[in-house]
Design a protein. Structure first.
Length: 133
């Protein structure tokens, strides 16, 4: 931001998100490799793999349409918690709705962007976590 390359720390402009997501993906990949090398618990390795997949999908979609990454991460988190611990943790789902509502109220996203990324985040996280588990 100091150099004028980014407009704000929220990366509100979709065009500015790609670099940040690529950097994030690189660090998640490093962490994932270290966890696997150090023989971390399988669920933890699967969780980080699901995070990486979510970042990849978000990067692909957000290059054409701005998504609510906050909502997607929250939805993915709830999905993984339900898979690991039990379906009663679906009771955490309203948190996803509250985060989505806040993103819309802040004017950062439309209801459609929030809804799509909630579904996308939960689906990618649950699928990849289940496959890697």
């Amino acid at each position: 931001m100091r150099r004028g390359r980014l407009t704000d720390h929220h990366l509100r402009l979709r065009e500015q998100r790609a670099f940040a997501l690529l950097v994030g993906m690189a660090w998640v990949l490093v962490g994932w490799g270290l966890l696997a090398a150090w023989r971390a618990p399988r669920d933890l390795v699967a969780l980080v793999g699901a995070m990486l997949a979510g970042l990849v999908v978000s990067l692909l979609v957000t290059s054409g349409w701005k998504l609510s990454l906050h909502t997607g991460v929250a939805a993915g988190s709830v999905a993984v918690l339900v898979l690991v611990f039990s379906p009663p943790l679906l009771a955490l789902s309203p948190i996803v709705g509250l985060i989505g509502w806040a993103r819309v109220q802040l004017g950062d996203h439309s209801p459609a962007q929030v809804a799509v990324d909630a579904v996308l985040g939960a689906t990618v996280a649950a699928t990849v976590f289940s496959l890697l588990r």
